[in-house]
Design a protein around this ligand. Structure first.
Ligand SMILES: [Zn+2]
Length: 258
């Protein structure tokens, strides 16, 4: 069992989904399909109907936050319905216009309040706003967070690790020195894996990413951490099982997987 704790299956075209879901099935990749907004979540739900390996979750990505700010009540129903919340967060790196940051923050605070009230795991984008995210996790008393593709400063990484965050290492670990440093330092019990595909591989290599790329992440982690791919697979599986152990929203997932 492999774990892809951050992917965007709704970003595949309809005619690609048979091969994508076939690959997930064949490699036994439990896949958390995060959303960018409401439309994205609706499509992810439809895809989730087609495979027991896919968990669709609702969030509003920071790149879309300005579309929802001031209309948070409209997010309520999907938020209630989703067993985990993401992709949510802040982005002060790719989003250069500081005028959009208050909207990002408003939407993120809405989701963190919901996660706290409902006892849900969050799946976080932290690019260029790592310090702010760390502070918000404390303020909203978020106990279970999956920090996706962390690439920020090492001191904040260690503070997030100390507060118990899990980290998804993804495809950039194949090449980037800073990501490899982080990947080698994630505490054993907090290590998860992701592809962030189909977009991540396209961004890194110019080709559409596929679910099976998770194997390259696992192999690279094994090399960096001086162990075997099988051991990484077992560790990540155990970490995910522990993360969702008492989660009432994910009892079906537990029964299916463990
Ligand atoms: Zn993503």
């Amino acid at each position: 069992l492999l774990i892809d704790a951050h992917a965007h299956l709704d970003h595949y075209r309809d005619d690609e989904l048979d091969s994508v879901l076939g690959e997930i099935e064949r490699h036994e990749i439990f896949t958390i399909s995060t959303s960018m907004n409401g439309d994205s979540f609706r499509r992810a739900l439809e895809i989730g109907e087609r495979s027991r390996w896919v968990l669709p979750i609702f969030g509003v990505h920071p790149w879309h936050a300005h579309e929802c700010a001031g209309r948070l009540a409209e997010l309520e129903e999907a938020t209630q319905r989703s067993p985990m919340l993401g992709e949510i967060g802040l982005d002060h790196h790719f989003v250069k216009e500081a005028s959009l940051y208050p909207a990002q923050r408003e939407v993120l605070e809405f989701f963190l309040a919901a996660a706290h009230a409902q006892g849900k795991i969050v799946n976080l984008h932290t690019k260029g706003a790592e310090r702010e995210i760390l502070e918000l996790l404390g303020r909203f008393e978020i106990e279970r967070a999956i920090v996706h593709w962390y690439s920020g400063p090492l001191d904040i990484f260690h503070e997030m690790a100390a507060r118990g965050c899990c980290f998804t290492v993804g495809l950039e670990v194949l090449g980037a020195a800073h990501i490899r440093t982080i990947a080698s330092q994630v505490p054993e019990g907090q290590l998860l894996t992701e592809t962030d595909n189909p977009g991540a591989w396209r961004w890194l290599e110019g080709e559409r990413g596929m679910p099976g790329h998770i194997r390259a992440v696992v192999a690279t982690l094994a090399e960096l951490r001086g162990t075997t791919a099988a051991a990484i697979e077992t560790t990540v599986q155990a970490n995910f099982a522990r993360l969702i152990r008492d989660d009432p929203w994910l009892s079906a997932v537990r029964e299916e997987l463990f």
